[in-house]
Design a protein around this ligand. Structure first.
Ligand code: NAD
Ligand code: DAU
Length: 332
């Protein structure tokens, strides 16, 4: 049993992580979350008060971070500005939260000699050609494309430096595209599902040939629990579930599963610098830690996700209009 401090626990992956940790381990959890536009306190409703606490605040607040880290055994750092499109419109909060926030946490775990796990993304490796037989591995050179991925790459490098120079007990994981419940409607899959529910045609960037390597959020989080439990200090683990799909196929599948013609979508402006393809080789986490995805079938996971959005309009409706207003400004 450990006392976990989970940053960004009111976001998509963090809130699913908290539920999984409370269900599948004996750990207690404190969430530290700034409740930005992406954070939602209701994503954590109904959790047991004897094992769960919520603190509203920023990972950039050195004093608060120090006090919280001191009272916990393990820090699991999810908090970030996470959306590429936003980073193209205004990079500044990405530099602040993703770099400065990670720095403050690293200084605190260094002072108090606490275990630290850093959540990161496959986007730090840049992108692959569509026909490249290679996939990303733990030794692929960093080559980020967007302000978001550059800020995450920088944060990863801070962690590696703090492990090597100061002996911080840290691990890192870089995961591919997650899908599942409680994902903000700015992101590709929930945006299209909620558009269809609203009678609006889904929006495909450019030709839609870009490939993402989809993984169910609970599979990502189960791997994170394994790494906290038995990952080797200083190591990086890539997490992916062999879920490569191009965007066009995903939109067509959403439409089909929702009873619409597969071609009932619009092409809109492409994302500047749009990464072509991500693909993860997750051999290391599978062989070293025995992790395997529990939800390898994308189509049934997507159908369950569609059902979740259909039955949780109260959760997503308050953020939908503002999200679409932002996209309207860039013709997306
Ligand atoms: P999200 O945007 O849904 O959630 C981010 C959370 O962080 C929100 O609750 C927000 O309020 C909080 N936050 C933002 N700034 C903060 C600050 N300064 N202090 C405290 N809290 C703050 O993001 P997500 O999709 O759940 O991603 C979580 C993590 O996983 C990120 O580090 C992201 O880089 C990484 N990741 C995401 C994916 C994916 O597919 N979504 C894949 C791989 C890695
Ligand atoms: O690979 C991991 C990354 O996955 C995470 O680090 C990021 O936090 C997460 O947001 C995600 O990044 P992407 O940029 O891949 O995700 P997004 O959902 O924004 O877009 C997925 C793909 O769909 C991408 O190729 C852009 C495209 N897209 C997106 C939107 C919102 C569309 O075609 N139409 C859309 O409306």
């Amino acid at each position: 049993m450990a006392r976990l401090l989970v940053t960004g626990g009111a976001g998509f992956i963090g809130s699913n992580f908290v539920r999984l940790a409370l269900t599948e381990t004996d750990h207690t959890v404190t969430v530290l979350d700034a409740l930005t536009y992406a954070g939602n306190r209701t994503s954590l409703d109904g959790l047991p008060a004897n094992r769960f606490a919520f603190v509203e605040g920023s990972v950039c607040d050195a004093g608060l971070v120090d006090e919280l880290v001191q009272r916990h055994d393990v820090v699991v750092h999810f908090a970030a500005e996470s959306h590429n499109d936003n980073s193209l419109n205004d990079p500044s909060p990405f530099i602040q939260t993703n770099l400065v926030g990670t720095y403050e946490l690293l200084q605190a775990v260094r002072r108090h000699e606490r275990r630290y796990h850093h959540i990161s993304t496959d986007e730090v490796y840049g992108d692959l050609e569509l026909d490249d037989p290679e996939r990303f591995t733990e030794t692929t050179p960093y080559n980020p494309s967007s302000p978001y991925s550059a800020s995450k790459a920088g944060s990863d490098l801070l962690v590696r430096a703090w492990v090597r120079s100061f002996g911080v007990q840290g691990t890192l994981s870089n995961c591919s595209n997650n899908y599942g419940p409680y994902q903000h409607v700015e992101k590709f899959i929930p945006r299209q599902i909620t558009n269809v529910l609203d009678g609006v045609r889904p929006k495909l960037y450019g030709a839609g040939l870009n490939v993402r390597d989809w993984i169910h959020v609970d599979d990502h989080n189960a791997a994170v629990l394994d790494i906290i439990d038995s990952g080797r200090i200083g190591e990086t683990y890539l997490i992916g579930a062999d879920g490569e799909k191009d965007n066009k196929s995903v939109i067509e599948l959403i439409l089909t599963l929702m009873g619409q013609p597969a071609d009932a979508y619009d092409h809109v402006n492409d994302r500047p610098g749009h990464d072509l393809r991500y693909a993860i080789d997750s051999t290391k986490v599978r062989t070293e830690l025995g992790w395997e995805p529990r939800y390898p079938d994308f189509e049934s996971g997507l159908a369950a996700t569609i059902d979740w959005y259909r039955t949780h309009e109260d959760w997503w409706r308050p953020m939908k209009a503002a999200t679409e207003a932002k996209y309207a400004k860039t013709g997306q």
